[in-house]
Design a protein around this ligand. Structure first.
Ligand code: FMN
Length: 184
């Protein structure tokens, strides 16, 4: 069985971040063909400055290499004041001119059904950056306000199950992409 490397990033630096928790749960419930690892270096990225794109810092280089080695990216985004977090937007700005991001399969996870503004904005940013947003792999789960512990969320029908289904859809999209590449 072919396996796929998936990189997850959370747009929150908070220690108890629900978005990072969603990625941890995803790694637990993912089908075995997906190897999900969470990239935790967004907080180390300098503020984006196009002047430094030609001589990026080690943190930026590591971020780009992580992305290049991944078959797909999962972004778990919080909503701050009806927008995406500065941390996430800063990270994406470093990728705007990065060739490796064009057509990169991306799934978006949202941990709060009420937080649609940020997800709408994020989808617009990703479209503008020519990412391949895999819609069936995008998922909104009611984690914000939930009284469940993390391991209970993993087995929950409204959290773990939809995350698992989203990941199965991502695996299917990656299989189709691979088949298309090998036949074309
Ligand atoms: C400064 C700030 C602004 C926020 N603004 C919104 C908002 O506009 N809409 C919303 O649904 N939630 C808002 N929230 C709630 C966060 O989206 C929520 O707490 C989320 O879980 C944060 O992500 P994290 O748990 O990964 O850190 C805000 C939280 C903070 C700290």
């Amino acid at each position: 069985m072919r396996t796929y490397r998936i990189s997850g990033v959370a747009g929150s630096l908070r220690k108890e971040s629900l978005n990072r928790m969603a990625l941890r749960i995803a790694s637990r419930v993912a089908p075995s063909e997906l190897q999900l690892s969470v990239f935790s270096g967004l907080g180390a990225l300098p503020l984006f400055n196009p002047d430094f794109e030609g001589s990026p810092s080690a943190a930026v280089t590591e971020f780009k290499q992580t992305l290049d080695h991944a078959d797909a990216l999962i972004i778990a985004s919080p909503e701050y004041a009806h927008g995406i977090s500065g941390v996430l937007k800063n990270a994406l700005d470093w990728l705007v001119s990065h060739e490796g991001f064009v057509n990169k399969p991306v799934a978006v996870f949202n941990t709060a059904p009420r937080s649609h503004h940020a997800i709408d904005a994020l989808n617009e940013v990703l479209k503008t950056m020519s990412a391949n947003v895999v819609k069936p792999a995008c998922c909104t789960v009611p984690m914000l306000g939930s009284t469940l512990e993390e391991n209970q969320m993993s087995s929950s029908e409204v959290i773990g199950l939809p995350l698992r289904e989203a990941l199965e859809a991502l695996a299917e999209a990656l299989r189709e992409l691979r088949d298309r590449k090998s036949s074309g």
